[in-house]
Write a protein that binds this ligand. Structure first.
Ligand code: KG4
Ligand code: ZN
Length: 345
């Protein structure tokens, strides 16, 4: 006889996606709903935290309802509630956490905290269906660019991260400068397809320093800015760029980001002696990046896993990492708080 599977509800409200999923302890996905807020933030060309938090308040209950419907389940059939409580926007995190605490308290089932960055890496575990630890984990998203030594699902040690902009943030800002809509990552990579990645030689910070497992994208962003117009131009929206120049700038910028991400990943593998790289986060959806990583993995013969496209950008399925805590007997109390900043461990 088959033993009954444990089913949990996972919630994700760290930034501007309101997401819920129901997953089993066999990492089977019974339902997944993601309500994007891109339309609300597009006219500001970036995520506005207060708008994000208010939108989460409006959407969280309908999203949970839809998720239950998709799974054909009732609330009383859930065995735990997991929620991403770190890192992220404080107001956004609070909405998910309060919903999760309320469900945990009223249903009398355990509450489990999820680290959003660890969950991005765990997306590789869910999609591959095989063991991924130990590995070097690279998270490339709108808010973070971080390398971890992941000894196990509950043991993530930060090797280094960005000292200024995150990779996705740089994509979004460069898209804005080029007059492309938000979110900028998919737009920059779309126009880059017809551009020359060697047209401009943009900086690749720290790339030649293997000791330094850090990233910096602000100099790169500034270099793109000065190719668009002279420093005394105060309003880039008045600058008319030829489509080919936009494509060349986008392709050269993307190549510089990809060089840094790929180069630092290789250096992290060398430093740690690990033979497996797992990559997740919104920027992992970038096709050029995926291709380049696959090429270096083949050349340097390391095991390489990257989240499938639907699990790169924010979603609640990756919150299935909560099972690792549950199985280790770790649950959280109703005094669980949000931790907006990156936890350095
Ligand atoms: O992981 P995510 O959904 O949210 C955060 O946790 O930040 O990542 C969103 C980021 C945005 O900055 C977006 O521009 C970027 O991922 N992104 C991409 C691509 N698709 C999304 N960047 C480059 N190329 C893409 N194809
Ligand atoms: Zn994310």
């Amino acid at each position: 006889m088959l033993s009954a599977q444990m089913r949990i509800l996972t919630l994700e409200t760290t930034c501007d996606e309101t997401a819920a999923a129901i997953v089993t302890d066999q990492l089977e996905v019974l339902a997944s709903i993601v309500a994007s807020q891109d339309d609300l933030h597009a006219r500001f060309r970036g995520v506005v935290p207060e708008i994000a938090a208010r939108a989460h308040v409006e959407r969280i209950l309908p999203v949970i309802d839809q998720t239950l419907q998709q799974a054909g389940m009732k609330l009383c059939e859930l065995e735990a509630i997991a929620v991403a409580n770190t890192p992220g926007l404080a107001g956004s995190l609070l909405v998910g956490l309060m919903a999760a605490k309320t469900l945990s308290l009223t249903l009398g089932i355990p509450l489990v905290a999820i680290n959003h960055l660890h969950a991005h890496i765990y997306a590789c575990r869910i999609s591959s269906g095989r063991e991924i630890f130990p590995c070097v984990g690279l998270i490339v998203s709108g808010g973070h660019t971080s390398l971890y030594r992941c000894a196990g699902p509950l043991e993530f040690h930060l090797l280094g991260g960005t000292i200024d902009d995150a990779a996705g943030e740089a994509f979004d800002k460069v898209a804005n400068m080029l007059g492309l809509p938000f979110p900028g990552g998919p737009e920059v990579s779309r126009v880059a397809q017809t551009g020359d990645p060697q047209a401009f030689q943009f900086p690749r910070s720290f790339l030649k320093d293997p000791e330094r497992l850090e990233f910096s994208f602000s100099g790169l962003k500034t270099a793109v800015r000065y190719q668009i117009a002279s420093p005394d131009c105060k309003d880039l929206s008045t600058v008319k760029l030829e489509p080919q120049r936009i494509a060349d700038l986008a392709a050269s910028f993307q190549e510089a980001v990809v060089d840094c991400l790929v180069g630092k990943s290789l250096q992290a593998l060398e430093t740690t002696g690990l033979k497996r790289l797992c990559v997740g986060g919104g920027v992992a959806a970038n096709q050029r990046f995926r291709t380049r990583l696959a090429e270096v993995a083949k050349k340097h013969q390391f095991d390489f896993l990257i989240a499938p496209l639907e699990l790169c950008t924010d979603n609640a399925v990756m919150g299935a990492i909560a099972f690792e805590r549950l199985q280790a007997g770790l649950v959280d109390g109703l005094d669980l708080d949000v931790a907006p900043g990156l936890v350095r461990k």
